[in-house]
Design a protein around this ligand. Structure first.
Ligand SMILES: *Cc1c(COP(=O)(O)O)cnc(C)c1O
Length: 458
């Protein structure tokens, strides 16, 4: 059986799911000041808030924990982990970090100067925050196809190479590095093609600029290259990964995604000098260079997880589970980002709630309604997250897209859970005119969505 018609694993431990009555959910979301981030996990039935650190580890990962070597320096766990990352990326130098954003912090602190410009297909929010807090400017250059939510283009995560050429050729810009995020999380979990990565490499060679990958979902990206890009169908995922990483000078990763661990990350590079600076910073903020904020056992679990993500039968199940949910929603007429991406489906709240004024937060309202109806927790990636207020005039501008992301944790939910999600979303879209909006009653200055408070509007 080449293409298994079922999950390539069986279940060894189970966890009971909390199921509340609708009345209790109405109470819970009101107690949470209508902010799903403030809900308690025990109040959530199906938690699609994020796929980060929420996956299920395999029996092999759990066994690897026991062989963790907790020596302060030079632990065996580190060498097993290092060997694995080298096998995948081919990079010479590596440090473990406790998660993705600490790798970003070390990297940008070692590399960047205030005023520098960092282009990317699209920066993730923590990447942008780390660049900006080091005094740099984060620039998104997504390809034109990504602007059209309905376009079925297979690689909507690509960067726009013409725009990148323009940025790199302008002598007014100081660009110490070009980043590529694979897959493109901010842009809807959409993949980047090998052809696009090659053209970025060529531009980086032309302008003598290093190229790094933000590779949280590198294995999903490899699977999309295998299934969507001509010439790769017969290659294994690790062959594709080797080819992909051969195009960059180094990479960072949040292993909470395709590393299958609940916590962990790394930074790898071929640049000995840069590595030296990262190591110096590392001992000040993360820990010694062979553990980087992790226990030895975490590195062992990560070493096993990174290889499991390159198992094509696993990856097929993962991407097809997301694809089946996407297809069911599409059949039910739900407006979304097309085509189906790697780790999540993204509902288009502007198209679902066109009757609602933008200032009543369409995506946010949809997220709360989804919780009240089905105990499902998604996350708004839209007006609340990205609204901007002019400090002088007080005028508020809202982003063009107002999305609700339903992120699927790895190996956690079955297709029956996803059927329930699809049915709940389709029903909800059927009587969307009943959904009420919200007003914000409290908002902190930065990253408001995490702790803001709301009230329903009448
Ligand atoms: C999650 C993520 C990060 C940040 O990683 P953390 O482990 O959450 O700190 C960076 N980039 C991308 C693309 C991500 O998805």
């Amino acid at each position: 059986m080449k293409n298994l018609p079922f999950e390539p694993f069986k279940i060894k431990a189970v966890e009971k799911i909390p199921v509340l009555t609708k009345e209790r959910r109405i109470q819970a979301i009101s107690d949470a000041r209508y902010n799903p981030f403030r809900l308690k996990a025990r109040e959530v039935t199906i938690d699609l808030l994020t796929d980060s650190g929420t996956g299920a580890m395999s029996d092999r990962q759990w066994s690897a924990l026991l062989s963790g070597d907790e020596s302060y320096a030079g632990s065996e766990s580190f060498f097993r982990f290092e060997e694995t990352v080298k096998k995948i990326t081919g990079k010479k130098y590596l440090v473990p970090t406790h998660q993705g954003r600490s790798a970003e912090h070390l990297f940008f602190s070692a590399l960047m100067k205030p005023g520098d410009l960092i282009p990317n297909n699209a920066h993730f929010d923590t990447t942008q925050a780390n660049i900006e807090s080091a005094g740099g400017r984060a620039l998104n250059l997504p390809c034109a196809e990504s602007r059209d939510l309905s376009s079925e283009d297979p690689f909507k995560g690509n960067i726009d190479p013409t725009a990148l050429d323009k940025v790199l050729s302008d002598p007014a810009n100081h660009v110490p590095v070009v980043l590529m995020t694979v897959t493109n999380n901010t842009g809807g979990g959409q993949p980047v093609s090998m052809a696009n990565l090659r053209s970025v490499r060529a531009l980086c060679d032309k302008y003598e600029t290093p190229l790094y990958f933000d590779s949280a979902r590198y294995a999903e990206n490899c699977y999309f290259i295998k299934t969507r890009e001509p010439g790769y169908a017969d290659k294994s995922l690790i062959e594709i990964a080797n080819e992909m990483f051969s195009l960059c000078n180094g990479a960072l990763m949040s292993a909470k995604k395709d590393g299958f661990v609940n916590i962990g990350g790394w930074f790898a590079t071929d640049d000995e000098k840069l590595f030296g600076r990262v190591r110096e910073l590392m001992v000040v903020v993360e820990g010694f260079v062979t553990y980087g904020g992790l226990a030895g056992r975490d590195m062992d679990a990560m070493a096993v997880g990174l290889m499991e993500a390159l198992d094509v039968s696993y990856m097929r199940q993962r991407v097809e589970q997301v694809g089946r949910l996407h297809a069911k929603l599409k059949k039910g007429g739900v407006p979304m980002i097309n085509p189906s991406g790697g780790h999540a489906v993204y509902l288009d709240a502007n198209a679902i709630l066109p009757h609602m004024p933008v200032e009543h937060f369409r995506g946010w309202s949809l997220t709360n309604e989804l919780y009240v109806r089905g105990g499902i927790r998604g996350v708004e990636i839209g007006s609340v997250m990205f609204m901007k207020q002019d400090p002088e005039t007080g005028k508020i501008t809202y982003p063009e897209k107002d999305l609700v992301r339903l992120a699927i944790p790895r190996r956690v939910y079955t297709d029956r859970h996803m059927d329930f999600v699809a049915e709940t979303v389709i029903d909800l879209c059927g009587d969307a005119t009943q959904i009420r909006g919200y007003k914000m009653t409290y908002a902190p200055k930065h990253l408001k969505h995490f702790i803001a408070e709301f009230e329903p509007v009448d």
